[in-house]
Design a protein. Sequence first.
Length: 94
Amino acid sequence: MQISPIGAVLTLLVLGGPTFVMGGTLPAAARGIETADDPRRRGVGLLYGCNTLGAVCGCVLANFVLLEAVGTRWTLWLAAIANLLDGVHNQGTT
């Protein structure tokens, strides 16, 4: 399947803005709670790096491993179960 140039531009228009804004939430939240002389700033940088690495690993796992191994339906079910377990595990924590 080949994507047309119009399809690529439309995809960029639809997904580009929300993706850009979602990518700025962690730095904005970190900037809101820290000061310039805060010694914990390094920890926030480490958190941001781990968040980015986790996103990359999740994308690679879903696209190149799970879809090939178990198909689309089971990949979606596994993602939903993982999100549910994460929500249950983190319920009540701040």
